[in-house]
Design a protein around this ligand. Structure first.
Ligand code: OAD
Length: 231
């Protein structure tokens, strides 16, 4: 059985990272237009760098949870029949043991030099003065995050895999942001079963064949146990 899993902020919530659209979510307190667009970066780079610097620093204070670990087990057992696509820019899937993670919205722990196009691992703060370790140019480094209005990464590969999967599972995502919100319909149209694992019905809940609602740390390990048998 070929499985594609799409994760969103809800899978990292119990690790202590805020989601975006829940009552205490990031975009309920801050304006995404002023922080997560190319225009915002052009207008006030230090504000945008500061926002992502704080989120990058926060990664040091959190650990992967049982849901991240369960998906790593699924990958280990299914190998090439499994694809993990995440909208999350944290590194909790990797730290939970996942080896191949498609970060369609980029990664906090990666910086992108707009002068030479290099992408480099980055664990410290970025600023308008930061020099690129590859080309040496200063003032061209940005977080390697896909902002609103930019094209998510690896879309062709994701679309191809959605077209041939048997089961599509969305975990901890509100279904509010496209193109990820449309993956369920693409997989369903190609003949896959679809399953939603979320704290509550998402915006796109009607598009799924079946649903399990509850905290990710409970429902994700239970789902993986059903597929593979108990660990
Ligand atoms: P959202 O904040 O929009 O949705 C999080 C979902 O997780 C909601 O449906 C919650 O009900 C659910 N949830 C919360 N706690 C949970 C838990 N413990 N267990 C299971 N589910 C839980 O986050 P995303 O859908 O990931 O983009 O947001 C999509 C994109 O919008 C993000 O990647 C980000 C944002 O703008 C960028 O930054 C580029």
């Amino acid at each position: 059985m070929r499985i594609v899993v799409l994760t969103g902020a809800g899978i990292s919530a119990e690790s202590g990272l805020s989601t975006f659209r829940d009552p205490d979510g990031v975009w309920m307190k801050m304006d995404p237009i002023k922080l997560a667009t190319p225009e915002a970066f052009a207008a006030d780079p230090e504000l945008v760098q500061g926002f992502y610097n704080a989120r990058r620093a926060q990664l040091r204070e959190v650990e992967p949870n049982a849901a991240h670990l369960a998906l790593a087990r699924l990958e280990k057992e299914l190998g090439r029949d499994f694809m993990l696509v995440t909208q999350n820019v944290d590194d909790l899937h990797e730290r939970g043991g996942s080896r191949e993670v498609v970060h369609m919205h980029g990664q906090l722990r990666q910086a992108w030099c707009r002068a030479c196009d290099a992408r480099v691992e980055w664990n410290d703060d970025l600023s308008s003065a930061t020099a690129c370790p590859e080309c040496g140019a200063a003032g061209h480094m940005r977080p390697d995050i896909v902002w609103f209005g930019e094209m998510p990464y690896r879309m062709e590969e994701i679309m191809r895999t959605l077209d041939t999967c048997d089961l599509f599972v969305a975990i901890g995502t509100s279904g509010a942001v496209y193109p990820a919100a449309g993956f369920v319909e693409i997989a369903a149209n190609a003949g896959a079963e679809t399953l939603e694992l979320n704290l509550q019905p998402s915006d796109g809940t009607v598009f799924f064949d079946s649903h399990r609602h509850g905290p990710a740390t409970e429902i994700v390990p239970a789902f993986v146990d059903e597929i593979l048998g108990p660990a």
